[in-house]
Write a protein of this length. Sequence first.
Lengths: 427, 746
Amino acid sequence: MADVVATHETIVVVGGGISGMTAAVEAAETGKNVVLIERAPSLGGRVSQLYKYFPKLCHPTCGMEINLRRLRGNKRIKVLTLAEVTKIEGRAGDYRISVTAHPRYVNENCTACGACGEAVSAQIPNPFDYGMSTMKAAYLPSLMAYPQRYVIDPSIIGTPDAERAQAACKYGAVDLDMATETFTLTAGAVVWATGWRPYDAGKIQPYGYDRFANVITSVEFERLSDPRGPTGGRILRPSDGKEAKNVAFIQCAGSRDRNHLKHCSRICCMASLKQTTYVRERFGDDAQSTIYYIDIRAIDRFEDFYQKVQADSTVRFVKSKVANITEDEASGDVILHGVDTEGYHRYDNRHDLCVLAVGMEPSVDIRTVADVAVDASGFIEMGSTNGGIFGAGCASNALDVNRSVQSATASVLRAVQVVNRVAKAEG
Amino acid sequence: MTDMKIGAYVCQGCGLGERLDTKALTMVAQKEGKAHVVREHEFLCNSQGVAMIQKDIDEGVNRVVIGACSRRAKAEAFTFENVAVARVNLREQVIWSQPPTDEARELTQEMAADYIRMGCAEAKKIVAPTPNAAHGTNKRILVVGGGVTGMTAALESARAGYEVLLVEKAPALGGYMASLYKRVPSREPFADPQPTDIEALVAAVSKDPKITVHLNSRTTRTSGAPGQFSVDITAESGPTRTENVGAIVMATGFTPYDASRLPEFGYGKSPNILDQAGLEALARSAAAKGEPMRRPSDGKEVQSVAFIQCAGQRDASGTHLKYCSGHCCNTSMKQAMYFKAQNPNIDTAIIYTDLRTPGNGEDFYRSAQTKGVIFTKGKVQSVAVNGDGSASVHFHDLILDDKAAVMKDVDLVVLATGQVPNSGVNIDIPPDATDVPVTEAGKVQSVSVLNLTYRQGPDVPQLKYGFTDSHFICFPYETRRTGIYTAGPVRRPMDITQAVEDATGAALKAIQAVENAGLGRAAHPRSGDLSFPTFRREGCTQCKRCTVECPFGAIDEDEQRYPQFNEGRCRRCGTCMGACPVRVISFENYSVDSVGSQIKAVDVPDEFSEKPRILLLACENDAYPALDMAGVSGHTSSAFVRTIPVRCLGSVNMIWITDALNSGYDGVMLMGCKHGDDYQCHFVKGSELASYRMSKIDDTLQNLNLEKDRVRVLEVAISDIARVPQFINEYAEKIQEIGMSPFKGF
């Protein structure tokens, strides 16, 4: 990685999801040099795995196409994928950032022609589908992948499969001798945009995510609904591949709960409202969606969307924190038990599939990397003690896409302030 | 101007060499495309391939045609300084969109040959754009509004090294925030109201040497473009001064929804019924006197308070605000805590339907519960004022399902009304309109904020409910007025923490705008594009369609009523070019001619060949990538289609369609983005305008004596990867059904 030129006026952006990509292009278009570091083999982050965005029900790849074009066309941005930041030392205007870059085993000669993928026989779980599908061990991470370059999975290195991949490539792009590299970058400021991960649903014992096949998470449901996902968008439930027309959504699965995440994750109400439209889109009037909720948090203009979903006769709202879930072993159906607090009725409701609207937690504990203040949930706080390291997007709070973009843009200005001070001092 | 010298390069990699006769393609480029240099290469995008092209450029090639993969792939490799490049998509949209069979070989080759012809034709008509020298270089930022949003934007811009002018209409800085007793906490432990610290913010702004504050002032005239705005700042009963600025942050805040529209909640019937602003005033004045909060009607110490959430908000009936203002749940909890801090025995009840405290607001909610604030899920029906000054709150208790629940002996009732944005004149509503819905009328303001001299109207266009933004999800700062960014509750309802964040982001966008204006570069979404529209004055008929239709209000009219293109305001979508009936508007790298020549370059077989030709004009951001990805995914589609990416369907000039039909094409498809309320068009109005223009295509077809199906307009999203080839195939079948065009061979 000797070709990465970084100075005290460089802004390093960590994380290549919607927040990090936004930060990188906004900073570069303001005339700053940026190194964008992403852990996965391609950019896009968690939003690229969503079928649609609320409230417009448009597709994340649409905005991503624009951001990618802005990024590709900007010489001020250097993108490092399969790279992780392991340590940040120094102070505002003078950081040393330790990076570990993992081998892709494919170099820039790759044309994404797909020959290596055809040559390889090993299948691995596809992380893009949260492991609900498999893919070849030589793969393009997604249709929108940037860099548009294949990856050879480390699991086949040293096997004949890897050699087949190498032999299939006419362009000398497969390089099985690539090794992990570690190096240090200089930077004036850091925008930390490593995003979120879904709360581990298995920890919510009464809901049986780890025991019942037909209890899944909201992020998995995105993949099940996506025509490019593991079921071709047909919403087939995991236990028996039956169409899941009667779907339960449990809100605050892990959130607003002192035993799990004490914060409200903000996006989950809107996400479930959105996901009822997937059921409706797929099954029409045969769809049945039930949302079990405490409060529906359709903040500000999202209220319109809530009202639209309320008007859908296939969607029912039950104000209740579901007590527990059992499985009908014969059918695989899930049965939700609890009390409807509007009127205090007990219920035992049967559904084809139960979707847990799992909460958000920071995907990386930044304190293992840098001396930075975080709140009780682990989100990066804004404060002078953090020097030139600025949280952006879901690393800084539980945010939806549009607030993440807002946050990323704001963080860029804070980073620009630092590097402009450096520039002035350096004359 | 040096002589045109075209180099055409055909790649043999990724199967192109096996599936196509690349030698024949270079011959097409040479003979028909008039390329001066033609070369095949087995692996064009690698360093030797690129070096080969560069060498030719060094030796005089000044237009490059790349017959290889999609323009979306290998963009870094195939970008050459100061040379116009035409990318011919032989991979994704030719060999990958056709079956790899011997039978398909002839049609696949024909397709490739046509695309080479089109690429050469395009290369002849485009040049690498050079930026206009007449761009503005003023880097000062104007902030309109001196509340927390505006002050934050000013301070953050100054901290980045930029000069700021801050204009506030009131006699002092502070805005709505200055009227608060305390604010909702912004830090751990999120348990108690915290001081607003507004004095410190005002002091920081006032003493910053980079910030000049104009109080009691308004922006009475704003003209120009990014990097060169001219703004009249008029002091109340004072002089007007003209200042030059490079970009503008509009942070004009909100007005609380008028509670007197809520007589059913007793507002106006008793001074003990307040809105949230009224309660803040009460709390401040009590604190100033060091006294407990008292009932306004008779000075009785308050013993019970009811907070009515969503008062005049979240109203699906359309009488009041339809949206939720987001901050009010936290605000009511904060206000309930004012009373609990005074005396924990004061009864405080918050009547709500959904309690909305996202993020760490949940801690604040728990804190309120710990302090004994009562939360009642219910819908308030009415508030009755009793003779003794107390009030009775009648509500539907949703937990007990009691429709006749009453909260009695309430000393104070606080209505949580919403935020109405101060966004100035809604330029989409004619000044004399009478049928404006009540909910909108509440927000239609007759006083302009910016007083823009723009042809399209004096303020930033609004999207919904008076809020000023455009791309709501991915690009929240992109208004439809380049170089003018809105921040705070004028953009969407928000609390203080959000407003501070929003102001900081908007300040960055303003700084970015001034930096790019100085270089003549376009703003999002064609960031960095150096081209700009020019027009042939002598051909212009002054029809004004370009000035009216530009989604960004970039075009004014000069004294002689000719269009005046303010290129700094232009986003390079080409909607003006599509609108122009006399085709006098063009860009250096995109014009009626550059696309028209491609259409004409296609070899249209005669009517006996049974090989129809279908022109597909595809939005470059959504439909075109979808076509690429269809190819990558192995979806095949008709070999009779010839696709040209367009910047936006709004840029499609009708002449392209009539020319195509006149020259024997059998059908024309247009694929663009969704329009309407949830529009997906990146140029906001482009696809809508195209659809409007196309609604009139039937007349044209009738004049040509052609069937209606000769033109088809489709709404396509980037994710329609499987549907796009289906659309094409269905249309190709339809064309087979109606038969070949009668215009072939003329």
